[in-house]
Design a binder for this molecule. Structure first.
Ligand SMILES: Nc1ncnc2c1ncn2[C@@H]1O[C@H](COP(=O)(O)OP(=O)(O)O)[C@@H](O)[C@H]1O
Ligand SMILES: [Mg+2]
Length: 385
């Protein structure tokens, strides 16, 4: 891991007053850029060739003579052959020479290796560099490990396929669509074998998928992504904020559940089972009595990261939960960075964020507001790793 001192030395060479926000142009980057321009920053979107038009053309910023933004949110783009070329030293130098503060999102950590992000990426990053690895399932100190340590509720782990005796979710990467899911569910070992054999035949699963699979209790209930924020700079009020709640549109699952039961059974018999490929988000609120519990989850998570992943979480993080029939939360995934669902509060905010801040407060804006305050208070080193 690159030392924090080295990153802070790089930050020391920045002209803080001229700082801009940079991001991999994908995932939640429009929310990040929208928030950044709202807080008076210029923005850089690092695009991959062939995927640049959204950023370079359609959300391109136009500014008036006095620098006021009149259209769009992306001031500059850097178009690379591949996203991971941002790691090349001349590109890192370019980011630092142009006083770019980097916001890590899931596309950054998916297209660039975590090893490289930890060891070779020297650009000051807003958020918690060391926690990014915890999102990779199966590592020694992954988010499940943190949840255990923190005493946070999560779906019970099923150790081996033979143990499956209740509805179980088997989590594994898609064999062909490498960044997507090859998830399936099974209620017993027999079903597990049938389904996995069929999915191997279809090319969804690797032959040796079992070695990388996580099996856990399937929680029957709605899915809520809790979009939290931790502001280490706060010294009067609470450092933890709930900015929003979202949930996902997933294909083919969402189409599947709109069929009749008979059609679903027919599809399943033909080996056509729902996939969980994210293709959009929606906004939600929680029944109010659940909020106490939600804040309790965030408190424990923050505390555990401070204990085991010093300096702990900084800025946005997302607890991905299901709520069961007894109104208990189960955390099945944790994003130690801006969540992809924050696009739903882009520009308009969210009922919780807006209620807290008395103005439109998206996650992107909240991030930029923290950076702005850190610059004004000369405390940027506290939010950068
Ligand atoms: N234990 C679980 N019980 C029920 N549904 C789950 C469970 N874990 C995940 N899911 C469903 O699968 C989707 C993706 O799960 P997740 O673990 O977040 O994968 P990824 O990190 O690849 O996005 C969730 O949006 C949710 O719908
Ligand atoms: Mg997830």
């Amino acid at each position: 891991m690159i030392s924090r001192d080295e990153v802070l030395a790089n930050l020391g060479r920045y002209n803080w007053k001229a700082a801009r926000i940079g991001v991999v142009a994908s995932h939640s980057s429009l929310d990040t850029c929208d928030g950044a321009v709202s807080e008076g920053f210029r923005t850089l979107a690092v695009c991959q060739k062939g995927r640049e038009k959204t950023f370079e053309r359609y959300f391109r910023a136009q500014r008036a003579a006095d620098d006021r933004i009149v259209r769009g949110v992306v001031d500059d783009t850097l178009v690379l052959e591949r996203y991971d070329m941002i790691l090349e030293s001349q590109n890192q130098e370019h980011l630092m020479r142009t006083d770019t503060l980097w916001v890590p999102n899931r596309s950054f950590t998916s297209y660039c290796s975590i090893d490289a992000i930890e060891n070779d990426f020297k650009v000051p990053m807003v958020g918690s560099r060391n926690l990014l690895r915890s999102e990779e399932r199966g590592g020694p100190r992954d988010y499940y490990w943190i949840l255990e340590r923190a005493g946070l509720p999560h779906p019970k782990k099923v150790e081996k396929p033979e143990d499956i005796d209740d509805l179980t979710m088997i989590k594994v990467h898609h064999h062909v669509k490498k960044l997507e899911r090859g998830f399936f569910t099974a209620k017993d070992y027999e079903q597990y074998r049938q389904k996995s054999e069929e999915l191997i035949k279809q090319g969804v699963l690797d032959e040796d998928f079992e070695q990388h699979a996580r099996m856990e209790q399937y929680i029957i209930g709605p899915v809520f992504n809790l979009d939290f924020f931790y502001n280490p700079l706060e010294d009067k009020g609470e450092k933890i904020e709930l900015l929003g709640v979202d949930w996902r549109f997933e294909s083919s699952l969402d189409g599947y559940v709109r069929l009749t039961a008979e059609q679903q059974i027919g599809l399943e018999k033909d080996g056509i089972i729902p996939e969980y490929t994210v293709c959009g988000h929606n906004s939600a609120t929680l029944r109010e009595s659940l909020l106490d519990k939600a804040f309790g989850l965030a408190e424990k998570y923050v505390k555990a990261t401070q204990e085991y992943y010093s300096p702990g979480i900084i800025g946005p993080f997302c607890l991905q939960t299901c709520v069961d029939k007894d109104l208990d939360f189960y955390i099945y995934d944790v994003a130690p960075r801006i969540g992809g669902g924050t696009n739903v509060h882009m520009s308009v905010g969210h009922p919780y964020g807006n209620t807290l801040w008395r103005q439109d407060m998206s996650t992107g804006r909240r991030l930029a507001k923290m950076v702005r305050e850190a610059i004004e208070q000369d405390r940027l080193d506290e939010v950068v790793t």
